[in-house]
Write a protein that binds this ligand. Structure first.
Ligand SMILES: [Mn+2]
Length: 325
């Protein structure tokens, strides 16, 4: 089901506006940042001024994405502010200016679980990526095929969220979007290498340490992995390198759900626990994550709790055992 309530208003805001602030959720991934860069390129193609603003360090594997990104919020006001791939108020960029400076806040998204964030919401939960929602918006704005400057970031957005055109939302429509972006200048191997390969030795050593923690539960249907601060210190790996490690649990034949418990520095100075879920599709892990105060998609979701790893693990495994008898 699509949420098209905001579509007419979003198109109006593009047509009426002159200067746009474009951003994405905290700790951006390729869909979030690629959608922001791609949308900004489409706005510029329409003769508008677009500022892409991301007030934090970018993960190393996103640095190949073309387009200028402001770390500091530029001077002046905006006619509207657009935040990509965001379903929750808590994930809005830190320091997002108030309505008097930024204008209406437009949220562009494809997550099923969400709160009421955004004055205008453009959400399509059937889209494979927010990048696809941006391409549909481009179509309504008469900008298809998308301008060449938008092709690399939007291709990265779709490749990342479909796991390289592998996950269940991959279909003929999604492949046609990919084909258009390749025709407009994206490169398949460069993108795949930057997003999925190009690892540092510390990351491979971290993977080895994580695999050592593997436990299989629920008659082979649940794979459990862990990351502690000690493992990160021992291997020299960074938190950023943990991204995607949960996928290794799902690779096991017979596993329906993989879960990774990750000690993560919390706001209070104590350690939080992040929980990452992956499902093969039969179990809705977004619903499990929601029980822990998190969210996400049916097959990929997460949560973060201000409690020690062992406690969060016991709580989570209890909930998963009820779903995986
Ligand atoms: Mn996404």
């Amino acid at each position: 089901m699509s949420d098209q309530r905001g579509r007419a208003r979003a198109l109006e805001l593009v047509e009426e506006g002159r200067r746009f602030l474009v951003s994405c959720h905290r700790r951006p991934d390729a869909d979030a940042l690629g959608s922001a860069l791609g949308f900004a390129a489409i706005l510029r193609d329409l003769g508008k001024e677009a500022v892409v603003w991301v007030p934090e360090d970018l993960a190393e594997n996103l640095r190949f994405l073309p387009g200028e990104i402001a770390r500091e919020l530029p001077e002046g006001s905006f006619d509207s502010a657009w935040v990509m791939d965001t379903a929750s108020e808590a994930l809005l960029p830190v320091g997002l200016p108030g309505p008097e400076l930024r204008g209406p806040l437009v949220v562009v998204d494809h997550h099923a679980g969400h709160d009421d964030v955004g004055d205008v919401v453009l959400r399509d939960i059937e889209a494979c990526a927010t990048g696809e929602v941006v391409m549909n918006l481009a179509e309504a704005l008469g900008r298809r095929p998308v301008p060449r400057a938008a092709a690399v970031p939007l291709y990265a957005a779709i490749v990342a969220d479909t796991g390289g055109f592998r996950y269940s939302q991959t279909n003929a429509r999604v492949m046609r979007l990919g084909a258009e972006l390749l025709e407009q200048g994206a490169d398949a191997w460069t993108t795949a290498y930057e997003l999925f390969e190009g690892w540092r030795p510390e990351r491979l050593k971290l993977l080895s340490a994580i695999l050592d923690t593997l436990e299989v539960d629920c008659g082979g249907k649940l794979a459990v992995l862990r990351v502690t601060r000690e493992m990160l210190a021992r291997t020299g790996a960074t938190d950023e390198m943990v991204e995607g490690m949960v996928n290794y649990g799902r690779m096991l034949r017979g596993v329906e759900v993989a879960v990774l418990f990750w000690e993560f520095p919390g706001d209070s100075g104590a350690l939080d626990t992040k929980v990452s879920f992956r499902s093969r599709g039969t179990v809705d892990v977004a619903a499990v994550a929601a029980l822990l105060g998190g969210g996400g998609h049916r097959a990929a979701a997460g949560a973060q709790l201000p409690r020690p790893l062992r406690e969060v693990e016991a709580l989570t495994r209890g909930k998963l055992r009820a779903l995986l008898p």
